[in-house]
Design a protein around this ligand. Structure first.
Ligand SMILES: [Zn+2]
Length: 283
């Protein structure tokens, strides 16, 4: 068995890009873990007595347990933390399921199958797929060509993707689409080619930004694509920075299409995704 330290695996889970050798080592490592609870034990063992992530002071003391993890309190700044504070994984719940879920990602299970296998809600599964092993979520060298539609959906974390999953309603009459988007919303970005090839991204919290578009779309757009989006500023900024050709549909002004320039395919994807999530909530 090829061995992998948890520290390395943890780095992989929280965002390092992995090559195929590293992925296969990670797969081996995960299949040798038996109990879901091992995930928490491993996090604790690896972290040892961590320094304060806020002020880096090493003088910390134990301060109870929370969510299955040891809590620490810093003697210098008096703030408390655990082994995950300050990492991309800090806010995710159901930690005991992370490693089993990672196995599903490595086995290329769909969001739906992974949710069923691990026993989490599909909207959780969707988020996790983009947090864990981002280097494995898409096929390597995936590239969108030709006309590419891009658009986002916002998912309010506390609503678990249920009733109010939707982006703000696309009403006519100048109601801003992004009205009400806050740091509590997870942004799911979808880019879709006219050949139906579709890539989705969890860009982070709040309205999508130019730099998030750059990080997600930059590597997957062929240099000569025509990117079609709504008139959100982030896309204009992205196009200007990368030199990607770009045209916008003015959805806010009620525009739907200009000939072949439209967002019907990507909106169809979002619509099906929302319908699919709702089924799990009994609506
Ligand atoms: Zn401190």
């Amino acid at each position: 068995m090829q061995s992998m330290a948890f520290e390395e695996a943890f780095g992989a889970l929280s965002g390092l890009q992995l090559d195929s050798l590293q992925l296969s080592r990670l797969r081996d490592w995960l299949t040798h873990l038996h109990l879901p609870g091992e995930c928490l034990d491993l996090i604790e063992r690896t972290a040892g007595t961590p320094p304060c992530p806020h002020c880096h002071c090493a003088r910390v003391h134990r301060c109870g347990q929370a969510s299955g993890l040891q809590r620490w309190r810093c003697l210098a700044c008096a703030r408390s933390f655990n082994a995950l504070t300050g990492t991309p994984l800090a806010r995710l719940r159901k930690r005991e399921l992370w490693l089993p879920y990672s196995c599903c990602v490595l086995d290329s299970l769909t969001v739906r199958k992974a949710a069923a296998q691990v026993g989490v809600h599909p909207s959780t599964s969707f988020r996790w797929r983009h947090r864990f092993l981002p280097g494995a979520a898409h096929e390597r060298h995936a590239q969108l060509v030709g006309m590419v539609e891009a658009d986002e959906t916002y998912l309010l974390e506390s609503q678990k993707g249920s009733r109010r999953l939707d982006r703000p309603a696309r009403r006519r009459g100048g109601v801003a689409r992004r009205r009400g988007i806050s740091r509590d919303h997870d942004c799911l970005l979808v880019a879709r080619g006219r050949n139906k090839q579709t890539l989705d991204f969890h860009t982070g919290r709040g309205a999508v930004s130019t730099s998030q578009l750059e990080r997600c779309l930059g590597p997957v757009l062929a240099p000569d694509v025509l990117l079609i989006s709504d008139s959100a500023r982030a896309y204009v900024g992205f196009a200007a920075r990368t030199g990607i050709r770009h045209t916008a549909i003015n959805v806010r002004a009620g525009e739907r299409a200009r000939g072949a320039i439209h967002l019907n395919n990507v909106n169809g994807w979002h619509g099906r995704f929302k319908t699919w999530l709702r089924r799990f909530n009994g609506f």
